[in-house]
Design a protein around this ligand. Structure first.
Ligand SMILES: [Zn+2]
Length: 402
C-alpha cells in the first residue's frame, strides 16, 4: 500500500445535475441500482442475466457518521493534522522503538474505535444485499463495521482489519481486546493515563476539534496522538504461542523470542546479535509500504468482475489500490456510481464522456461517446451516505411492492 495522494482534489462532479439535491440523488441511485445491466459492452443473454448486480466499494467516509475520523473530509486527518504520517511496515518490523510508539498510541485510541458502531449507511448496504441488488462489498476500512452490520453479505477487507493482530512468525491471530488487556497489565501508568483521558471526556466527544482541545487526536486507523507523551516507556507482549514454542527459523535453528520476566518485548542486549524478530505481533492491517496479499487482491478483483456496476461510497479513491478497482470496472464498461462528500481523485477518467468540454466542437464525431454514456449507468453525488442510502432502500422497497 502506498501513501495516498494527499494533494487538493477538484470540486465534485454531479451526475445527473438533479443529483445535487437529496431527492435527485436518491432517485438517480435508485435507478442505478435497479437498472438491469450497466455494461456498455454487448453481452450474451446469459451473461446479461448473470451480471446485473452492483458491487460496493467503501472507504473512510462511510464511517465518519460512526464517529471515526476520515482522512480527507473537513475534519479529516490530513486536513486537521498536516504533519500526520502513518507508520510504515518496514519501520514497524525493524524497530522496537517504533513499535513502542505505535502500540502506545493504539492503546489509547482503541477504546474509541472499539466503542464505535456501524451507522445507517452500513445497514442500508446490508438491506441492498437482502433485496438481491448487491452480492459483494469491497472495503478499504479496517473498522469491521461491514461484518457487524451485514454478516451475511460478503465483504472483502482490502486493507485487513484491526479486530485482531497477526503474529509475523506463526501467522496466528490474536484478538485485539485480549491484547488490549495485556497492554494494560504491562503498562499500569499508561492504563491510569487512559482512565484520566476517559474521565476528561476526551474519548466521549466525537468532535475532533474538541478532542484536540483536550490534548488528544485520533486517526481512522485507531491511532491516537498525545503530544509529548513518553512513548519510550511503553511495553508490549510477544506472540504467546511463539513464546511457548519458539518456531524453527529458515536456517534450521530454533528461534528465540526476546522478552523480560513479565513477557514484554525487549530489544537484544547491546553487543549481542540483533533479534531475529521472532513472535512480533502486528495489527492485521496492511500498513503503508506493505503489499496487499495476493488472495485478497484476487478476491477484490473477482468481486468487481462478477458485477455489472460499481458503487463507491465514502471514498475519494486517493489510495491507488481502490482507484485501480474502479478503473478496472470502467475498462469493462461497467456502470459507475460514486456517493462521496467532496472531490474524488481523477474522477474525470470515469465520467469524462459526460463532461461538456469533451463534446465541444467535435461535431458528429462524438456520437459514439454519447452513445456509450447513455448505455453506461453513471451517477455522481456529493451527499452523506448515512442519509441517502437508507432513503434509496426505502425507494426500492416501495417501488417493488407496487
Ligand atoms: Zn507466533
Amino acid at each position: 500500500m502506498r501513501i495516498p495522494f494527499t494533494g487538493p482534489l477538484p470540486p465534485p462532479l454531479i451526475i445527473p445535475p438533479s443529483a445535487v439535491t437529496k431527492e435527485g440523488a436518491v432517485s438517480a441511485l435508485t435507478h442505478f441500482l435497479k437498472a438491469p445491466a450497466g455494461s456498455a459492452a454487448p453481452l450474451s443473454e446469459h451473461a446479461q442475466q448473470a451480471k446485473t448486480k452492483t458491487v460496493l466499494l467503501t472507504g473512510a467516509g462511510i464511517s465518519v457518521a460512526s464517529g471515526l475520523a476520515d482522512y480527507r473530509g473537513v475534519n479529516g486527518t490530513y486536513t486537521q493534522n498536516k504533519s500526520y504520517r502513518p507508520i510504515y511496515y518496514h519501520e514497524f518490523i525493524a524497530s522496537h522503538e517504533s513499535r513502542k510508539r505505535y502500540w502506545a498510541r493504539s492503546f489509547l485510541g482503541w477504546r474509541g474505535l472499539n466503542r464505535s458502531k456501524p451507522n445507517p449507511a452500513h445497514f442500508a448496504i446490508g438491506d441492498l444485499g437482502t433485496l438481491g441488488l448487491v452480492d459483494n462489498v469491497v472495503t478499504q476500512n479496517v473498522d469491521s463495521f461491514h461484518g457487524l452490520a451485514h454478516p451475511k453479505l460478503k465483504t472483502v477487507e482490502l486493507h485487513g482489519f484491526l479486530r485482531a493482530l497477526v503474529c509475523l512468525s506463526c501467522r496466528r491471530l490474536m484478538d485485539r481486546d485480549v491484547f488490549q488487556q495485556r497492554l494494560a497489565e504491562l503498562n499500569p501508568a499508561w492504563a491510569e493515563f487512559l482512565q484520566q483521558l476517559l474521565a476528561s471526556g476526551a474519548l466521549d466527544t466525537e468532535n475532533p476539534v474538541e478532542r484536540r482541545r483536550l490534548g488528544f487526536r485520533t486517526n481512522p486507523d485507531g491511532d491516537a496522538d498525545v503530544p509529548g507523551a513518553p512513548y519510550y516507556t511503553f511495553r508490549y507482549p510477544a506472540c504467546p504461542h511463539c513464546l511457548r514454542r519458539p518456531p524453527i527459523l529458515k536456517d534450521g535453528s530454533k528461534g528465540h523470542v526476546d522478552v523480560d520476566v513479565d513477557g514484554a518485548w525487549t530489544s537484544s542486549p547491546s553487543g549481542s546479535a540483533p533479534s531475529e524478530g521472532v513472535g512480533i505481533l502486528k495489527p492485521n492491517v496492511i500498513m503503508f509500504g506493505e503489499s496487499i496479499p495476493a488472495d485478497v487482491k484476487t478476491a477484490a478483483e473477482e468481486a468487481i468482475d462478477s458485477a455489472a456496476k460499481i458503487l463507491v461510497v465514502g471514498s475519494s479513491l486517493a489510495t491507488y489500490s481502490a482507484w485501480r478497482l474502479v478503473k478496472r470496472a470502467h475498462e469493462q464498461g461497467m456502470g459507475i456510481g460514486i456517493l462521496n462528500m467532496g472531490g474524488v481523485r481523477k474522477e474525470e477518467v470515469f465520467f469524462g464522456e459526460l463532461l461538456p468540454e469533451r463534446h465541444h466542437g467535435r461535431g458528429s464525431g462524438d456520437g459514439h461517446n454519447r452513445w456509450e454514456a447513455l448505455r453506461r449507468e453513471l451517477v455522481r453525488a456529493s451527499l452523506p451516505a448515512e442519509e441517502i442510502l437508507p432513503l434509496v432502500v426505502d425507494a426500492i422497497r416501495s417501488s417493488s411492492s407496487v
